[in-house]
Design a protein around this ligand. Structure first.
Ligand SMILES: O=C(O)C(=O)C[C@]1(C(=O)O)C=C[C@@H](O)C=C1
Length: 379
């Protein structure tokens, strides 16, 4: 069925079209300027992400919007979206190479998604990168000859053995780094195996990101930081934020952030499957927040089972965390069975108090996400 219209409406729509075309031309102009910014940053070795510039620009545009009777949130949303585009475009120019003296780089496990992302970023920065994957070990001696940096990014379950068994003969001054999502045991393995510079990283994002701008990379310092300082600077030029952590503290946090989270999502998927839920129908009746929930579940099962098994089975402490969670569930179920609404409300208030200002912050963040999810809907 065609939508109803009137002559007056069509006239106004024509004017809107003209304004939107004007916006398009302005976008083109902005993209051209951003491309030039990319060149300048590339030559000067400046990071792709400039948080202070973003904050001051957003402040000014919000003030100006208010004076024009435009919602400040509207201009902020638009500019944030445009800046996401900028990260992408500035990346295409490549990045300044911080260390031009380093010999070639070898990524062990470089055909995995994360390895490939690091290969891309290092290549875009002018480094000579070689991949060493499961089938390439016959080339190892040749590739390790004179190597300046070795990055290990293989499944967690084989990381430590691989380091101990295969990386004992690296050149003394070669930097040995890993990208494993737990840090204590790989760091121990690297310390035992290699006597030169060592550093552990955990990139806190999926390999499907299009730019590293604003992404967090955890760094666990190992040995001879002065020798790998350039690599930290290089990662910052890619736009990522480095967060320093001690390996054991990092691993403790991962029990909650990764193992508990992914395990709950996994069980939720299992429950949907066991109850033979009709996903189409659920989607039809879903509120925006439930759509996000399904997106989280769907995203997990769209990926590699081995990867999630690796994360969930990585630390024995994960079992304790999950057992604790199971106990909370059991108590919650008792409360439900006995119809104890009072207890529910008491617990609810307790948690809300404990979250404090974070609840308001998370509510605001989720509001933006829900609105974005609603914008994506076509009918
Ligand atoms: O001004 C810069 O440094 C830019 O790279 C441009 C721009 C933008 O699109 O306005 C993009 C990324 C930065 O984080 C800040 C601003």
């Amino acid at each position: 069925m065609t939508e109803k219209t009137t002559a007056a409406l069509e006239k106004l729509r024509n004017e809107i079209d003209t304004v939107d075309q004007g916006l398009l031309n302005l976008l083109r102009q902005r993209l051209n300027l951003v491309a030039r910014v990319g060149e300048v940053k590339h030559n000067a070795g400046l990071p792709i992400y400039a948080p202070q510039r973003e904050a001051s620009m957003l402040d000014k545009r919000r003030d100006e919007a208010e004076k024009l009777g435009v919602s400040p949130q509207l201009i902020e949303d638009i500019l944030r979206r445009l800046m996401r585009e900028s990260y992408q475009n500035e990346k295409n120019v490549g990045f300044k190479q911080v260390n031009t003296d380093i010999n070639h780089v070898v990524i062990v496990g470089g055909r995995g998604q994360l390895g490939d992302l690091f290969r891309q970023m290092l290549s875009l920065s002018g480094y000579q990168v070689h991949i060493l994957d499961a089938d390439d070990w016959h080339l190892a001696d040749m590739l390790f000859d004179g190597v300046g940096l070795v990055i290990v990014t293989v499944p967690i379950s084989i990381t430590c053995n691989l380091i101990r068994q295969k990386l004992g003969q690296l050149p003394e001054d070669c930097i040995l780094a890993d990208l494993t999502s737990i840090k204590l045991s790989p760091m121990e393995a690297m310390f035992e195996t290699h006597s030169g510079p060592i550093v552990g990283f955990h990139p806190m994002f999926g390999p499907d990101v299009t730019s590293l701008a604003k992404q967090v990379v955890v760094v666990c310092h190992g040995r001879e930081q002065e020798k790998y300082q350039w690599l930290l600077e290089q990662i910052e030029i890619w736009g990522a934020k480095l967060v320093e952590a001690e390996a054991n503290k990092h691993d403790e946090a991962m029990q909650v952030v990764q193992a508990l989270r992914h395990f709950s999502t996994f069980i939720y998927g299992v429950a949907l499957f066991e109850s033979k839920a009709d996903i189409n129908q659920l989607l039809q009746f879903s509120s925006p927040i439930y759509r996000l929930e399904l997106a989280m579940v769907g995203r997990l099962f769209a990926q590699n089972a081995q990867l999630y098994a690796d994360i969930i089975f990585a630390q024995t402490e994960n079992v304790e965390q999950i057992e604790g969670y199971f106990e909370n569930f059991r108590e919650g179920l008792e409360m439900l069975k006995s119809g104890d609404r009072k207890l529910f409300i008491e617990k609810f208030d307790l948690v809300a108090d404990w979250l404090g200002d974070f609840s308001a912050q998370f509510q605001q963040e989720s509001r933006v996400m829900l609105q974005t999810a609603a914008d994506m809907k076509v009918n």
